[in-house]
Design a binder for this molecule. Structure first.
Ligand SMILES: NC(=O)c1ccc[n+]([C@@H]2O[C@H](COP(=O)([O-])OP(=O)(O)OC[C@H]3O[C@@H](n4cnc5c(N)ncnc54)[C@H](OP(=O)(O)O)[C@@H]3O)[C@@H](O)[C@H]2O)c1
Length: 346
């Protein structure tokens, strides 16, 4: 397994990690996502470790804490072989108080302690703010996260679902006070969701923030099970979850899947393997978080690395998935296209 440096840090992460969103099935939404119990989760962790994938991603809100609990059980006795990433900020449906959400000192401290308890570990390797909290001063959040790092409860901090200005402001506050900085940004990025490339990718390149990609199959759509004139199979989570997450126009999805099918014919690889390999080749991507509701899906997805799509195949997928950027990105692109850099500077 290839390991990549996570942003401006010394931490090396495997290019694929495993997303434990499918562990637990604790409420209607997460039940549709998956419901791996401890036995199945332990087997999936075994398979990952055998393949060299040692990073596991979860969050406090996944199945209201059940995902963390099950992951904690599944890694029992092998803590020193794994890296654990989890998240705070959003409200767990079991908690109703005014301070039970957001990135305040109160909520982050409580959430971190609770995650450590559920995971039964002493330190979290990568601790994410799951979203931006515009009501809490950025200084309060980052000082709290720095305290968690200084106390050894957290090793590296990261954010998720931030806008460009959220991340840039946070990095600048960390730098001003000499506090720990976000080294990773967990982002939605896929062949049917390329908005990451407009603002966040250039920012990540400039500021050395590694991307950890969530829902790399476009919220479970680029699985080879959906294409033109082929309806979603009964067992797919999409029947219950497609109203959440990224919304995708049918015709755009089919166009991308047509291109994936063509590349699948050329390579002998499956649709999900090609969609994942395309991501692994993109700048700033340090890690792609693979989702799988069972061992068969996991084994297939682990086969997405160790080989590379050709430049021509990447270009075909790029062209099929291209969408017109919103302002000001179309303006910036037009300027760049009319004033190309000499090849020596590209
Ligand atoms: N930071 C955030 O806000 C955020 C948000 C979402 C997710 N995440 C992280 O990202 C991880 C992955 O997200 P995701 O599950 O949405 O990823 P995804 O890769 O977009 O979708 C995974 C789903 O696709 C289907 N699938 C996967 N591999 C397949 C295969 N080889 N063949 C056929 N079907 C296959 C399965 O669903 P079916 O069997 O139902 O079709 C599986 O649950 C999560 O576990 C979590 O750790 C983070």
């Amino acid at each position: 397994m290839e390991f990549r440096q996570l942003g401006y840090s010394g931490l090396k992460v495997p290019v694929l990690s495993f997303g434990a969103g499918t562990f637990g099935g604790g409420n209607t939404f997460f039940k549709a996502w998956g419901s791996s119990d401890v036995a199945e989760a332990t087997r999936l962790v075994d398979v990952c470790l055998e393949a060299g994938v040692n990073l596991f991603d979860t969050a406090d809100v996944y199945s209201d804490g059940l995902s963390e609990e099950i992951l904690g059980e599944a890694i029992k006795g092998r803590r020193n072989q794994v890296l654990i990433s989890t998240k705070a900020t959003f409200r767990m449906s079991t908690k109703k108080g005014p301070n039970d959400l957001g990135s305040s000192r109160h909520h982050v401290m409580e959430s971190c302690e609770a995650s450590l308890r559920r995971l039964k570990i002493e330190t979290i390797d990568i601790y994410h703010m799951h979203g931006f909290d515009a009501l809490t001063p950025v200084e309060e959040t980052l000082k709290t996260l720095d305290t968690l790092v200084q106390s050894g409860k957290v090793r590296y901090i990261a954010c998720s679902n931030f806008s460009g200005w959220h991340l840039m402001k946070s990095l600048s506050v960390s730098e001003r006070y000499g506090w720990s900085r976000y080294v990773g940004h967990q982002v939605y990025y896929s062949l049917i969701g390329r908005e990451y490339e407009w603002e966040l990718m250039p920012l990540a390149l400039d500021q050395k923030v590694g991307a950890l990609v969530w829902s790399p199959l476009g919220w479970g759509r680029l699985t080879g099970k959906i294409r033109r004139n082929q309806s979603i199979p009964a067992e797919s989570r999409l029947h219950k979850t497609s109203d959440y997450g990224p919304q995708v126009a049918d015709e755009y999805l089919y166009k991308v899947v047509d291109a994936l099918d063509e590349v699948a014919k050329d390579t002998g690889k499956s649709v999900p393997q090609i969609a994942l390999n395309w991501l692994v080749q993109k700048p700033t991507v340090a890690n792609v978080i693979v989702g799988a509701r069972n061992e068969e899906q996991l084994q297939q997805n682990l086969g997405s690395v160790g080989w590379n799509l050709t430049k021509e195949q990447v270009a075909k997928l790029d062209a099929a998935s291209e969408v017109a950027p919103v302002y000001p990105y179309w303006h910036q692109r037009q300027f760049a296209e009319r004033n190309p850099l000499p090849s020596s500077q590209r």
